[in-house]
Write a protein that binds this ligand. Structure first.
Ligand code: KG4
Ligand code: ZN
Length: 347
């Protein structure tokens, strides 16, 4: 089956052509136009600006994706589009494009949840029979959730953050430390080569001992804000840089400790046979490494599925893959029924 995937939920315009047959995925083309440089000037995504850029990029990207895939629009068998959650004005560009194409070309149309896309993004390089039940740890800019995946497209929420998402916490801490936007990669870069703890930092691991699977990350950010205000007074320039590195490192470790602890607990509680990682923060090398070591040591029988780096951030391949599973169930929607839903929760 050849699927056209479209993703515009936030600040990435993405189009992909994916062929899935005989349990094999072939990415015929995958294009992502990131607006990150534009939004960096404002320190975060400006919805109006994002929507305008999606409109500008959509048709050229679609044209190029088809050319790179060497496919005509007629050859496309279904169109999968991310309909939420996300920014309404951004989502609408992808959704209206998909609706128009489906209407004019009489193609099957599939609405895909963005979080479902992140959960299935690992399949772009490791398609095949997943051993269920699985636990998915979704860590993005807007979501931090532990989801039980009982089978393809069958989800149950196990726990999640009560306040900031992990990616959001990375972005806010990077802002406090003036490290730039987006914060995740900036924090990760700042930690590189930092092996000291001269400032004896020890940030809280909020809710790590709570009996449930709930998490909280905004307290770490506040602790960092106060610590940084206290530390930066009277520090020489070089010490300021060292303090930033140590804060970044201790922050990243605090977050990873909480995520690993709650994930391990969820695997134990549900008897998961597979652990899936997804979302923008899954690009974090330390998180990937520590999670892999934890699984190898504590759950050698559990298979760990982690997306390739190119599939960690928002992309349209993951939307097409999720679309494929919906297509198997004939879960299509008419072009006049489909609507963008900014608050669409998967579970
Ligand atoms: O999934 P995503 O691209 O967009 C949403 O669905 O929200 O996730 C974006 C988030 C941002 O908060 C960004 O700072 C974070 O992912 N991120 C990272 C890294 N790369 C991106 N966080 C930590 N380490 C990284 N290397
Ligand atoms: Zn995302």
């Amino acid at each position: 089956m050849i699927i056209l995937g479209i993703e515009t939920s936030c600040d990435e315009t993405a189009v992909a052509v994916v062929e899935i047959k005989k349990q094999k995925v072939r990415i015929l083309s995958s294009l992502v136009s990131s607006q990150v440089k534009v939004h960096a000037k404002y320190g975060g995504v400006v919805p109006e600006v994002a929507a305008r850029l999606h409109i500008e990029k959509m048709l050229p990207l679609l044209d190029m994706a088809l050319k790179n895939a060497d496919k005509s629009l007629r050859a496309i068998e279904a169109i999968a589009v991310c309909a939420g959650p996300g920014l309404i004005s951004s989502l609408m560009i992808g959704v209206e494009t998909a609706k128009t194409l489906a209407f004019i070309l009489k193609k099957k149309l599939i609405r895909v949840n963005h979080i479902e896309g992140h959960i299935l993004s690992c399949l772009s390089s490791q398609f095949g029979q997943v051993n269920f039940p699985a636990i998915a740890l979704v860590v993005s800019g807007g979501h931090t959730q532990l989801i039980q995946v009982r089978n393809y497209l069958q989800y149950k929420l196990i726990g999640g953050t009560r306040d900031d998402a992990v990616g959001e916490a990375f972005d806010k801490v990077a802002k406090i430390l003036n490290l730039g936007y987006p914060g995740g990669p900036a924090i990760a870069r700042a930690t590189a080569g930092c092996n000291s703890n001269y400032f004896k930092l020890n940030f809280p691991r909020p809710m790590i001992d709570s009996k449930n699977f709930e998490m909280s990350f905004s307290g770490i950010k506040t602790a960092i804000l106060y610590k940084w205000q206290e530390l930066k007074r009277g520090l020489a320039k070089q010490d300021v840089d060292n303090a930033k590195k140590e804060i970044a490192k201790e922050f990243q470790q605090a977050v990873i400790d909480v995520l690993l602890y709650k994930t391990a607990k969820a695997i134990r509680k549900t008897g998961a046979r597979t652990l899936i990682l997804g979302g923008g923060v899954s690009a974090n090398a330390e998180l990937r490494g520590q999670l892999a070591r934890m699984v190898a040591k504590e759950f050698p029988q559990v298979e760990l599925l982690i997306p390739e780096l190119a599939m960690t951030g928002d992309n349209a391949v993951m939307i097409a893959i999720a679309g494929y599973f919906h297509a198997q169930k004939k879960d299509f929607i008419g072009p006049f029924k489909l609507q963008a839903d900014p608050n669409w929760e998967l579970v």
